[in-house]
Structures are given as C-alpha cells and as structure tokens.
Design a protein around this ligand. Structure first.
Ligand code: ATP
Ligand code: MG
Length: 245
C-alpha cells in the first residue's frame, strides 16, 4: 500500500480545491492562465489517484533537506499557490527560516500587492516581489525581473512554475526544488528535486517534515539528499501514472 489516502473522498477534496481556486480567481489573485494550469494539474492528479505516492514522499523529504541545507532558501509564490496554500507556504518559510517572494507569469503590480496581502493575513512578515530590480538572463521583459529574495537565494522552491524560468534559475547556479504534477514538464526535468504531487497535499507534509529536519545535524541532512536521482524519481512517478492508463 503506497498511497497516503486523503481524509475525505478524493473527488470531494478536489472539488473543494477547485472552489478555492475560483474564489482566488474572483478575488483577482489568479490570471486566466492559472485556471488552465490548474486543469492540467487536475487531470494528472486524477491519474495519480489523488494521493501522495511513495516516490513523491521521498522527493519531498529530499527537497526539504536541500532547503534546510541552504543559506538563503526562498519560496516563490504565484496566484494559485496563494489561493490554495497561503498558510502552508508561510509556515514552511517560518520553519525553514526562508524568504517569500511573489513571482508571476503574467506580472501585474496590483496582483502582486493582493497576493502579498493574502500572505500577510496568513501570518507572513516581509514578502518580496514588488521591487523588481534584478535581471535574470534568458527571459523576456518582465518575466526576467526578480526581487532580492529570489535573486539572493541559493535554493528556491517553485510550484506550478514555467519551464523557462526554472531553467533560468538553474543557470544562475541556484538549487531548485519544484512541485509539479506533470513529471514530463520542463520544470520537472530541470529541477534538482521534483515533487510530483498536488501542492494542497504535499505542502502540509513538507511543513511537518521541515519541523523534524530542523533538528537534524548537517551530516544527517547531507545523507538524506545524497544519492537521490531526480531522473529515477520522475521515471517512477511516470510509471505510476502509466499504470493507471
Ligand atoms: P513547463 O513549462 O514546465 O514545460 P507547462 O507549460 O505545461 O510546463 P506551466 O503552466 O508552465 O506548465 O506550469 C504549470 C504546471 O503546474 C503544470 O505542469 C501543471 O500540471 C502543474 N499543476 C497545476 N496545478 C497543480 C497543483 N495543484 N499542484 C501541483 N502542480 C500543479
Ligand atoms: Mg510552461
């Protein structure tokens, strides 16, 4: 038995998530493209059995380990993440001593402001994302501009991120931990550690494990991340999806 079965019936859980997402759209946190991205995620989650599978559990422990080992971890937040998981990302940043930065595919200062307010209500202190003064090479116009938290980070957690941006962050020498339900996406393939799971399930598990890992010695954390192959993990996740087709 390798599934972590959600408390309520899976379909009910995913319908509740959809409601929250639509609320986020109506509140102006999410652009139309965010709804489409969510739909892609739902389809893949259905094939995964709407459950956190064993390889994803392994990847999330390694991903948290990598963030614990970092000097300046940063969590990149977009509209979908804010609408679905604001308190989880705030909690994770708190446990890891990491920074939060709002980073949108379709930038709008108003939307960044709204997302910062949502994170603030969830208990966040400083949230970066309004001062876009650093240029990430390889991306066009606004998409290549980031604030200091992402710019200075040595390890970044990205969720539902575009492949181009993950590639550009890697080119800057950063470690990238990614949450993406599509094991074949460019983000999933470019990241150092990819957690193929729904953000609504894996973020609370990441917060819980970060609390435990905060007490680990450096060597124990290094042992945890050593020997992990993202390629093998993605291939295991792909096999699980194929087995349900
Ligand atoms: P890429 O640019 O990486 O090749 P893409 O263009 O298909 O992939 P993007 O729009 O750039 O995708 O990013 C959205 C990704 O987020 C999709 O792979 C989608 O499956 C995934 N996704 C959507 N909702 C969730 C969710 N709730 N949890 C985790 N992943 C999700
Ligand atoms: Mg993309």
């Amino acid at each position: 038995m390798d599934m972590v079965v959600p408390d309520s019936h899976p379909r009910k859980a995913s319908l509740e998530v959809r409601e929250r997402l639509l609320e986020g759209f109506n509140d102006g946190l999410i652009a139309e493209a965010g709804l489409i991205a969510h739909g892609r995620g739902e389809a893949l989650d259905y094939l995964l059995g709407e459950a956190t599978r064993d390889p994803a559990l392994t990847a999330l422990r390694v991903g948290v380990g990598l963030m614990c080992l970092a000097d300046k971890p940063c969590i990149s937040v977009n509209g979908n993440v804010a609408a679905l998981c604001a308190s989880d990302v705030v909690d994770l940043a708190g446990v890891l001593g990491g920074r939060l930065e709002v980073n949108l595919f379709y930038h709008s200062t108003e939307r960044v402001g709204r997302i910062i307010r949502v994170l603030g209500k969830a208990g966040a202190g400083e949230v970066f994302g309004l001062q876009k003064k650093n240029v990430v090479a390889g991306l066009d116009s606004y998409r290549g501009l980031v604030d200091d938290a992402l710019w200075e980070a040595d390890c970044v957690l990205v969720m539902l991120e575009d492949g181009d941006r993950t590639e550009a962050l890697k080119a800057l020498g950063k470690k990238v931990v990614c949450v993406d339900l599509n094991p074949l996406s460019r983000s999933a393939r470019w990241a150092d550690v990819t957690i193929v799971d729904n953000i609504v399930r894996c973020l609370p598990l990441m917060v819980e494990f970060a609390g435990e890992a905060a007490g680990y010695e450096g060597d124990r954390l290094r042992d945890l991340v050593a020997g992990f192959s993202n390629e093998d993990n993605l291939s295991d996740m792909e096999k699980l999806i194929r087995s349900r087709l």
